[in-house]
Ligand binder design. Structure first.
Ligand code: BTN
Length: 270
């Protein structure tokens, strides 16, 4: 695999390490930070054997899919670090849009595909999940946090038995490879992370995120630890919380959970 960084990433001083196979790029990135790595450093592979997802789920990364984590040490609060996930979502959506457009031009046709962001930072295509993001942060000294943003994309295949239906780029007719996608992602990440600017640019990131949001204004059900909140998806607030307006008009900001839309939301999907 010849993963490479494009010019923007390279000129931002970003480094890259490529693995033929690894347990989890997120776990390795945090191990490196504990050992003194300060980033920005991408760890990338097209095969993980112990991939980790949100909420302690496993993340399947069979050969050909993209698994990449970027580690950076920064002086921000954990709450600010959490908003970096939205920059990652926008970067990933932009990269997917760019490479899928190129793939369709190569294939001489086909309708352009719309990618959407499902809170907090999944990417959907045709209503199915094509990628997920896992953000982890840990203090490395009194002031600094190691922040690891891990991105997994179902390039060639998607798992079947998932809480939310999944698909892959190839199943959608987008013939791209992990290498091409990573190059675009690392460029977009460099751009969006600069815009995020240690959280000072979250206002702009939030706007970009909302332009790409799935289900805005629609019925949602947000489930966490056996309970659920059902209502209308109003917006995300300036901390990145999902804001739901219930039937009784109550405005509830939600910091964590799994989102379901439409019929699944009305049925209180599990
Ligand atoms: C989710 O549950 O949707 C988040 C999935 C995140 C998976 C990526 S793959 C690269 C990085 N390494 C991991 O172990 N997890 C993240």
């Amino acid at each position: 695999m010849t993963f490479t960084l494009g010019p923007k990433a390279a000129s931002a001083g970003t480094r890259l390490e490529v693995f033929e196979s690894i347990g989890s790029t997120n776990a390795e990135a945090m191990t490196r930070a504990r050992a003194g790595e300060r980033g920005p450093l991408w760890l990338v592979t097209d095969r993980q054997t112990a991939g980790r997802g949100r909420r302690d789920r496993a993340w399947q990364s069979p050969p050909g899919n993209l698994a990449a984590s970027v580690v950076d040490v920064m002086e921000v609060s954990p709450a600010t670090a959490a908003t970096l996930g939205f920059a990652a979502g926008v970067a990933l959506e932009s990269a997917l849009q760019a490479v899928s457009l190129e793939a369709r031009l190569r294939a001489a046709g086909g309708n352009a595909l719309r990618f959407e962001l499902k809170w907090p930072n999944d990417v959907l295509a045709s209503g199915r999940k094509v990628s997920g993001i896992l953000l982890e942060a840990e203090p490395v000294d009194a002031r600094a946090l190691a922040v690891v943003v891990g991105i997994g994309v179902n390039v060639v295949s998607a798992p079947q038995d998932t809480p939310y239906p999944a698909t892959s780029l190839h199943a959608l007719g987008i013939q791209v490879g992990a290498v091409e996608l990573f190059a675009a992602l690392a460029e977009e990440w460099t751009r969006l992370k600069a815009l995020w600017n240690n959280g000072h640019g979250f206002v702009a990131i939030r706007e970009l995120w909302l332009e790409r949001a799935a289900g805005l204004g629609r019925d949602v059900s947000v489930r966490l630890a056996g309970t659920s909140v059902t209502g209308r998806f109003e917006t995300i607030d300036d901390a990145g919380c999902l804001v739901v307006i219930t039937d009784t008009g109550e405005r509830i900001p939600i910091a964590a959970g799994d989102v379901y839309f439409g019929a699944a939301a009305s049925a209180g999907a599990t």
